[in-house]
Design a protein around this ligand. Structure first.
Ligand code: COI
Length: 355
């Protein structure tokens, strides 16, 4: 499929936002990608057009029954000035897994990577260059059929928008304070927790709002049945360094299979670290935090990259980790991953490509 382009004249393009205060997801570039799906034609009419509102029928299925999925990946201003994409094909593969789980149509992964490259190229002046910044790429698909019965829709829109971003958390790379909730649950095995669908994030809001009100950055979710095993933080996967062993909850169906999670596992194994993907109970975490065997804890995600956890608050008690400071291992991973992303370090896995 050929991508049609309808671009803004230079005079119609926006002023760039302040590079030293981008925040996360607050600004959007000049153009977006769009493509339509109908059951009888498949995907059609791929186009790059000026960033603009959608016009949708109020009966569109996405508004009522939540057929809406998304991805998050990043482009970086490389060392030599070029723009670099990180693990784009892996994000598109996960997009298709989410689509499958939500009964939405599959996309051609390679075609979408090329479409993203074309879009980023067109809006390349938006790729920021300040330290810690990047261009966040948000592909998403919504069900647009106007129909009120409950069944998979027959029509969809796939779009990609771009946003120059700084750090996801206001703490930046400083340790965040996490509240462990045993009151709410995010997802249950057999449910849709491993898909990147919009509803999972809506389900997480109440707990994170309550936690924020009392001074926490995020919530750590436990399994929905026993409220005993650690799952993930709303926007990140979670890792624990127990003495010299790196442990993270196994992907059991209710946890998002993070791309950064996978990068951390692969790097750690390559470095000869003992890595365990297994059930991690909150008792084990708290016991080891008390005894000092929990050396470090950190979250991983595309938006947050590596986010050190300075303390866990569980059942009315605060448990500092590594004296509330960024750990050496989190720092090593952060340096390695961002080094690969920005082209400052070698990329033995072929994770990056220059646009
Ligand atoms: C990401 O890390 O890309 C996410 O999707 C998390 C969040 C911004 C929803």
């Amino acid at each position: 499929m050929k991508i049609e382009k309808r671009l803004l004249p230079d005079s119609g393009r926006k002023k760039l936002p302040p590079q030293d205060d981008l925040k996360f997801g607050a600004y959007f570039t000049d153009h977006m990608f769009l493509m339509d799906f109908a059951q009888d034609t498949g995907w059609r009419d791929p186009r790059i057009v000026p960033y603009d509102n959608f016009s949708l029928d109020p009966a569109s299925v996405c508004f009522h029954y939540g057929q809406a999925i998304f991805e998050g990946l990043k482009a970086f201003r490389g060392k030599g000035g070029g723009t670099r994409l990180f693990r784009a094909i892996d994000n598109l593969k996960r997009f298709n897994r989410s689509a499958w789980r939500m009964c939405m149509p599959q996309v051609d992964e390679q075609f979408m990577v090329e479409a993203i490259k074309e879009l980023v190229k067109i809006d390349e002046r938006w790729v920021p260059s300040e330290c810690g910044t990047s261009l966040y790429i948000r592909p998403f698909m919504i069900a647009t059929e106007a129909f009120l019965g409950v069944r998979p829709a027959k029509n969809y829109i796939l779009s990609v928008i771009l946003s120059p971003v700084g750090a996801y958390y206001s703490e930046g790379f400083s340790p965040v304070k996490i509240f462990v909730t045993d009151k709410y649950a995010r997802a249950v095995k057999g449910g849709v927790g491993e898909a990147k669908n919009a509803g999972n994030y809506a389900a997480s809001l109440m707990a994170s709002e309550e936690a924020k009100k009392i001074g926490f950055t995020q919530v750590l979710w436990l399994d929905a049945i026993e409220r005993r095993y650690v799952e993930e933080v709303g926007t990140m996967n979670i890792f624990f360094l127990f003495e010299d062993t790196l442990a993270t909850p196994a992907l059991s169906g209710s946890i998002l299979p993070g791309i950064t999670r996978d990068s951390v596992l692969r790097l750690s194994r390559q470095w000869g670290i003992n890595v365990e993907e297994r059930a991690v109970s909150i008792e084990e975490v708290i016991d080891k935090a008390k005894s000092g065997a929990l050396r470090e804890c950190f979250g991983t995600g595309t938006a947050a990259v590596i986010s050190p956890v300075g303390s866990l608050f569980y059942k009315g008690e605060n448990h500092p980790i590594n004296k509330g400071e960024t750990g050496r291992y989190a720092q090593r991973l952060f340096d390695e991953i961002t080094g690969i992303q920005f082209g400052e370090k070698g990329d033995p896995y072929g994770w990056t490509e220059t646009i």
